[in-house]
Structure formats: structure tokens, C-alpha cells
Design a protein around this ligand. Structure first.
Ligand code: ZN
Ligand code: ZN
Length: 477
């Protein structure tokens, strides 16, 4: 048989199989905890959060440019970084000969090897069959005798047969270095024979592999600045659509609610998708006036940051000209009232039920009547200023909401109102956006503690160090 595959033995012992399994929910647990929750052994684990890698000097494939191999490797490492709490950093090849001696060893050295190689116990076998192997917290070896030229070619002539795709090889073997074993699912990046070029998009690290690497190294967690559903008219279909966005420091994620994970490749820099919006905005606030005929919906999207705010043009995907403006000049008191919306708010949310905006700051919530998206009333603060604990009390016996909040998020996908604070989230179970407005008076909420935000919104992972990264990395046993 000439099946090209990873040379790592498939796991046959039950313990190893269990170690590579996602723990089932408590109700369906049929195995002793000691088996299901077996930790990655110390020798199989990296003990640093930033894991270094190199394409070993003079050990690249001769078939493709070295720079191309480095770029594909960097992309493969980044795809794991976006689903795990660890970071990866390349140790570049030295430029000067004098730099060789003080060059630090890389945690993961990637090299192309032939037949019996170095101290490796595992010999390669020339063209065909075994393509590559790696071990947990160890080096990656790739059989230099394989044909990798199809990695970037769009079409292969029939006679040459399927070609090994270095992108898949890299992603697969990096998975082993992070402690993952083989998967029996043919579409998994960890299937031993899923190494051939298949056309179409880049290979995707699936939900099971995401859970496994986070079981080994810890779940990803972000201190969010702002979470919101961006509603706008789809230019092609002509009706309103929405996407969910998480902002945290210099990054944002588009969260795919149907897939239950961020868009592949996210996060991206804020400035890349949201021109004019500064990193880590304090709050996003969107009001929509829906035209019953569907022709003339009005969307009003503000971002608040420090003492300023801007209006974002959803149709042009750019900040509107004339901004930023000062919060103090535009969200001041209405005649006869003492309060203004403060600078440096924590969050803002628009209640479609009562038509009121809630600005959160510290332990306070400023309840503001904006009129409508079409005729927004500036300098109209405020209907009332209340303690968050009074307006949104936590259910007796539940963990009380921790203030200041990071973001208050009305989630269109389920109609829920969520309060993010650190790694944790609360839900206002009394909230309904669809109840009839009762003379503009908001009813009291009732918050229930929902545990870790990462359980509901997983994979908010940072590809590089960020002060908004709250992931707790498991580096020791
Ligand atoms: Zn493998
Ligand atoms: Zn080897």
C-alpha cells in the first residue's frame, strides 16, 4: 500500500485514546475521572507560553523556496495560535555567521530529513508512505524525498496523482507537538492520511481539535471591551442582517453564531476591519429604526472611547467625517437635570423594548432617552441614574455581578441580555426586548450567573501577547 501518511503510530492503547478524547458532559460520563481527565504528561508539554519555532537552517525542502516554506509554517503556527492560549514566535535563521553561536535553540525545530536521520529512532522510507512525524513538545521531521511541488499548484496532471500539501503536513505535525494524537475522522487535520492537497480553502482545525488543545493548555479567555451585534442592510439581498463582534484591545473577532466559534483566521486588528475605530473601544451602541416597508431602515452606530465618540457609517464601513466629538458636549444634561453621561463608560446597550439607552460606568447605570435612530436626541441625560445592583439585581444565592462590567450585550441570536465581567458572564433572565414598552419605565432585571464566558463563546484566543488576554495557560502538571 502506498498511502501517504504521518508516521506516528495510531494510538491503540485505551488510555491514550481517552487522553485524546473530549470529556463528555457530566450526565453521560461513564468513565472514571482519572482516565478522562488525565493530564498531558510533563515531558509531553511545553513549559513556556511563548513557544519558539524554526525552519532549521539548510534543512528546508529543496523543491520549494525557503521563504515560501517559512510563510506556510508561520501560517500553520498562527492557525493553532488562534485556537489555543499559547503564542508562537519564529527564531529566524541568523544573518551573520557570528550569530550562530549565541542562537537559542527553538522549542519546535522543523526539518526535512532523509531515511535514517540524526538521533531519531524513526527512519523515513523514501518517496511515498511515511511523510512526516513529530512528538509532543518535540521536533517535526518531514521526509525530504516526498514530492511537495503540488503544495501551491492549482492543477496536477492526472498521472502524477495526489500531491502532499505542506500546509496540511505542518498543521498536522504541529498538532502532535501540542500533544494531540490521531483522529479517526477523515476530515480532521489530525487524521494520519489527511495530508494531500485537496483544493479549496485551507485546512480547518475542527471543534474537537480546538477542545483537545485547550484541554491540554487551557481555555482561551478575553477581557472584552465591547460585544455587539452589528445590524445593517445586506447590499445584495436588501434586507437587514447581523453579525456578532467581540472587541478586545487591539483585536476583534467576528463570531459565527451558527458554528459556535469565531470566523477562521480571527482575530484581526481593529483598524483592519473598522477604519477610524480606535483599539479597545469602551462601548459600541447601535439603534435601528425599522421601516415597515423595509425600504428605509435607519442604522445609527456609535463607538465610545475615553471622552470621545464617533459615528460609524455602516453602509460605507468607515467612521463618518467630523468625528470624534466630545461626549461632554453631546451627552450632557437635558434642561433642568444635573447629570451628564460620563467619560470612559464601561458599556452601553440599547433596549429595543423601552427605547432607552443604558450607559454603564462603575456601579452606576445612566438611563438615557435617545428618541430614535432617525431623530437622535443629543444632550438629553437622563431619565434616571441608578445603581446597577438595583436596576439589575443578581438572583439570591447566585454569584453577584462584578462591577465595573466589561460589556453588556443584547444577543439577537437568542434574545438574551448578557453582562460580561472578566472571564465570567451573567444573563438577565427577566429581560425581553419584545415586551411592550411600559411608559418608558424599565422593569427590574434579574441576573443569573452563567459561569465562564468561554463556555458559551469559545476560542477567543490571542495569536500574540495582549493585555486583554485572560487565558489561564496550563504550563505545569
Ligand atoms: Zn500524525
Ligand atoms: Zn525523525
Amino acid at each position: 500500500m502506498n498511502e501517504r501518511r504521518c508516521g506516528l503510530a495510531d494510538s491503540t492503547d485505551a488510555l491514550a485514546r481517552e487522553a485524546n478524547r473530549v470529556p463528555p458532559s457530566t450526565s453521560s460520563r461513564r468513565h472514571p475521572r482519572s482516565v478522562l481527565h488525565r493530564q498531558l504528561p510533563s515531558a509531553d508539554r511545553f513549559h513556556r507560553r511563548t513557544i519558539t519555532w524554526e525552519l532549521a537552517p539548510f534543512r528546508e525542502s529543496a523543491q520549494l523556496p525557503r521563504e515560501l516554506q517559512r510563510r506556510l509554517l508561520a501560517e500553520a503556527f498562527r492557525s493553532w495560535a488562534t485556537v489555543s492560549p499559547v503564542y508562537f514566535r519564529e527564531i529566524p535563521a541568523p544573518v551573520e555567521a557570528a550569530d550562530w553561536s549565541d542562537r537559542p535553540p527553538a522549542d519546535i525545530s522543523v526539518s526535512f530529513e532523509r531515511l535514517q536521520h540524526g538521533a531519531c529512532r524513526h527512519a523515513f522510507d523514501g518517496p511515498g508512505n511515511e511523510v512526516s512525524h513529530a512528538r509532543a513538545a518535540g521536533p517535526i521531521h518531514i521526509d525530504a524525498d516526498e514530492d511537495f511541488r503540488g503544495t501551491l499548484q492549482q492543477q496536477r496532471r492526472q498521472s502524477t496523482g495526489p500531491s502532499v500539501d505542506l500546509r496540511r503536513v505542518f498543521i498536522h505535525e504541529i498538532g502532535h507537538t501540542l500533544g494531540l494524537l490521531h483522529s479517526a475522522r477523515p476530515d480532521s487535520v489530525m487524521h494520519p492520511a489527511n495530508l494531500l492537497r485537496q483544493g479549496g480553502p485551507a485546512p480547518q482545525i475542527g471543534a474537537q481539535e480546538r477542545r483537545l488543545v485547550q484541554k491540554n493548555y487551557g481555555a482561551c479567555s478575553a477581557k472584552v471591551n465591547s460585544v455587539f451585534d452589528w445590524i445593517r442592510t445586506d447590499p445584495e439581498r436588501g434586507y437587514p442582517v447581523f453579525n456578532t463582534y467581540f472587541f478586545a484591545c487591539e483585536f476583534y473577532w467576528l463570531f459565527d453564531n451558527s458554528a459556535g466559534r469565531p470566523r477562521l483566521g480571527d482575530p484581526r486588528p481593529v483598524g483592519q476591519g473598522w477604519p477610524g475605530v480606535p483599539d479597545g473601544p469602551d462601548a459600541a451602541l447601535e439603534l435601528v429604526d425599522f421601516d415597515p416597508a423595509g425600504k428605509d431602515n435607519v442604522y445609527l452606530l456609535f463607538f465610545f472611547f475615553g471622552g470621545e465618540f464617533l459615528e460609524f457609517d455602516s453602509a460605507k464601513t468607515a467612521a463618518k467625517p467630523g468625528y470624534p466629538k466630545k461626549i461632554a458636549d453631546n451627552f450632557g444634561p437635558k434642561p433642568g437635570y444635573p447629570y451628564s453621561v460620563p467619560d470612559r463608560i464601561d458599556s452601553a446597550f440599547y433596549d429595543y423594548g423601552t427605547g432607552l439607552v443604558h450607559f454603564f460606568k462603575g456601579i452606576w447605570v445612566f438611563i438615557y432617552n435617545p428618541g430614535s435612530a432617525r431623530r437622535f436626541k443629543f444632550n438629553n441625560c437622563c431619565e434616571s441614574v441608578r445603581r446597577i445592583a438595583d436596576r439589575f439585581p443578581t438572583a439570591p444565592g447566585d454569584k453577584p455581578l462584578q462591577t465595573p462590567v466589561d460589556s453588556v450585550y443584547f444577543r439577537l441570536a437568542d434574545g438574551g441580555l448578557y453582562f460580561f465581567s472578566g472571564r465570567e458572564v451573567w444573563q438577565d433572565v427577566a429581560y425581553s426586548a419584545y415586551r411592550p414598552p411600559a411608559a418608558g419605565v424599565p422593569a427590574a432585571g434579574l441576573l443569573r450567573y452563567r459561569g465562564r464566558a468561554s463556555d458559551k463563546w469559545p476560542d477567543l484566543c490571542f495569536p500574540e501577547h495582549s493585555k486583554c488576554d485572560l487565558s489561564e495557560v496550563k504550563l505545569e502538571d
